[in-house]
Design a protein around this ligand. Sequence first.
Ligand code: AQP
Length: 345
Amino acid sequence: MRCGRLESVHRLPPVRIFSGIQPTGRKHLGNHIGAIRQYVEGQDRGDPAIYSIVDLHATSVAYDPAALPRYVYDTTAMVLAAGLDPDRCILFRQSDVKEHTELCWLLCSVTAHGDLNRMHQFKDKSAQQRELISAGLFLYPVLQAADVLAYRAHEVPVGDDQRQHIELMRDIAERFNAAYGDVLVAPEHRIPEVGARIMDLQEPTRKMSTTASEERGLIFVDDDEDAIVKKLKSAVTDSGSEVRRSEDKPGIANLIEILAAVRAVEPDEIEREFSDSRYGDFKVAVAEEVANYLAPVRERYGQLRPDEAALEAALQQGAESAREIASDTMVDVRGAMGIGAPRPA
Ligand code: AQP
C-alpha cells in the first residue's frame, strides 16, 4: 500500500513552489488559513518549496526601521511554529538574496505602467497613505513577480487578495519570454477553495487585514484563548437567526467559512450541522474550535521566538540555497537581455 503511494508520487512532474510573506508583526487568522498552512502542505510536495520573509516589500509603505528586523524574526518563528522545517524547505529573508532587486528592475522593461495602475492593492493602499505614496508601492507587484520568477516557480500559494498580482506576474513572464526567448516560467496561483478570503469580524464585507482592520476585527495567531473567544463572540452578525450563507449575511457567512476551514470540510457541512442552532451558540462553537486549532501554533511560537540566533541561522541556511537557484536564473535573464559582458560563444 505504502509502496504504491510512493510510486504514484514519483510519477508526478516536480513542482517548484514559491511564496512570500510580509514581516508585518503579528500574523492573523486570514494569513494562516489563506497562506501559511498551504506553505506547510507544499513543503511535502515542493521540489523545492521556497518561502521568503519579504522585508523589502515592507518598505513600500511607512514603517519602523528599528522594528523591522524583529518583525522578520516574528514572522520566521510564526511560519516555523505552523510547521515549516528549514531542512525540508527553503526559508529565507528576501533582502539576503540581491537577485530579487536586480530582476525587479529588469522586469520593469516588460511591465505596462497601465497594468500597475489597475492593481486593486495599489489603489487601496495608496488611499491609506498619509504622507507619501511611494513609487515602491506602485512597483510592489513587479518586485513580487521578481520574487517568484527568480526561482522559475510553477505554483504560488496565496490568499484570494493576491489573485490579480499573480495574473500580472504571468503576463510579465509571458511578455519577457516573447521578447527575449523562453527563459522564465509563468506560474499558477494556488488559492484554497475554503478560507481564501477571511473577512474582518467587525466589518465582514472587508477582508481581515493587518493594516486596515482594528484589533477587534482580527484574530491573531498568537492571541490567547480568552481573546479569541471574546472577539468571536462579539463578531458582527445580522438580525436574523439562521446559520446559513447568503449575500445579506456576510458576518455569519464568514464564521461558517472560518469553521469549515479550521475543520477542513465544506461550508455546506457546517450549515447542516448548525441548522437548528442560534447565532450565540454557533459563535461559541466557532470560538472554541478556533482557539483549539491555534493553541499548538501559539505554544510552539512561544518556544521558538526567543531564540533569535537559531532563527537567524535558519534564514541564512535558506538564503544560501535560494541564492544558488536565483543566480542561475539571472545568468539566463542577463544573457537573454544583453546585460553585462558578452557570454562566451
Ligand atoms: N483575510 C485574508 N484571508 C486569506 N488570506 C489572506 N492573506 C492576507 N489576508 C488574508 C494572505 O496572507 C499571505 C501573506 O500576506 P501579506 O504578506 O500581505 O501579509 P500582511 O501584509 O501582514 O497581510 P494582509 O492582512 O494582507 O495585510 P494588508 O491588508 O495590510 O495588506 C498572502 O498570501 C495573502 O494573500
